[in-house]
Design a protein around this ligand. Structure first.
Ligand SMILES: C[S@@+](CC[C@H](N)C(=O)[O-])C[C@H]1O[C@@H](n2cnc3c(N)ncnc32)[C@H](O)[C@@H]1O
Length: 239
């Protein structure tokens, strides 16, 4: 009973920032580091069914339409879910729920993608569920921000990431304005404090229990953290 109450409060926490967040990230092309990488992987693996886990306003699910016959999206926040429902219409099967207890049967998906939602999950329970809903040879693509400190090895990556983000801000003042409203809000600060960035090594260790990690890509880097992508193959379940 107590456990459920804790999970419920984690799920609800995105409600407070949902509208501001959805207003900023209304186009997947704004994800200049993440989306080209994800798109390439979807084209490479050619999944029939994809689950967009923690879909937010649904901009990734919408962009995936046409790349796979079946797109599913799962989102726990009721406010985000209603925004996604409006954005997605009927083309994507959208369900409300959390990664730790998914409303899907076993081994139904060729691919699960978590774009910037993993940080908010209870990792061991979510990974058990991702393992369960993926087919035996299914692929889990994880992209998220992980904690970091200055590393001289990444000097080139810092410079490229900083320049690319700068060009993006300069070329899209409206986006920058909305981003500042979001990141300046007390609710955003509270939410990030409640869900601090975790170490990439911890994610790697957690993933390795249920998946074969086939690739790790540093997508962008900043002094306070890095955007990292993982390509994971589900470990087969043998009955
Ligand atoms: C930073 S937003 C990312 C949304 C979207 N994937 C995107 O790229 O814009 C984080 C999302 O994770 C969702 N989330 C939070 N806890 C979750 C959980 N336990 N299971 C699945 N999604 C969760 C939030 O409601 C929110 O929509």
């Amino acid at each position: 009973m107590k456990k459920k109450a804790v999970l419920f409060s984690r799920m609800e926490s995105y409600d407070a920032v949902a509208r501001d967040y959805a207003a900023v990230f209304d186009d997947i092309e704004l994800r200049i580091f993440e989306w080209p990488w994800i798109r390439k992987l979807v084209a490479r693996f050619r999944p029939r069914s994809i689950l967009d886990l923690g879909c937010g306003n649904g901009y990734l699910s919408r962009a995936l339409g046409g790349m796979a016959p079946e797109i599913y999206a799962l989102e726990p926040s009721p406010v985000m879910c209603s925004i996604a429902r409006k954005n997605l219409g009927g083309a994507v099967i959208l369900r409300q729920g959390a990664a730790e207890s998914m409303p899907f049967g076993d081994r139904g998906f060729d691919m699960v993608i978590s774009l910037l939602s993993f940080r908010y999950m209870v990792w061991d329970r979510a990974l058990d569920e991702i393992h369960r809903v993926l087919k035996n040879d299914g692929v889990f693509i994880l992209v998220d921000l992980f904690a970091g400190s200055f590393n001289p090895r990444y000097l080139h990556k810092y410079a490229v990431s900083w320049a690319a983000a700068g060009i993006q801000y300069a070329g899209n003042r409206e986006y920058y304005k909305k981003l500042r409203i979001l990141t300046g809000s007390e609710n955003w600060r509270l939410m990030l404090r409640e869900h601090p960035k975790r170490a990439v090594e911890d994610a790697q260790k957690a993933l390795a229990e249920k998946f074969h990690i086939q690739g790790i890509k540093l997508l962008s880097a900043a002094l306070k953290g890095s955007m990292v992508g993982f390509i994971c193959r589900n470990k087969a379940v043998i009955n």
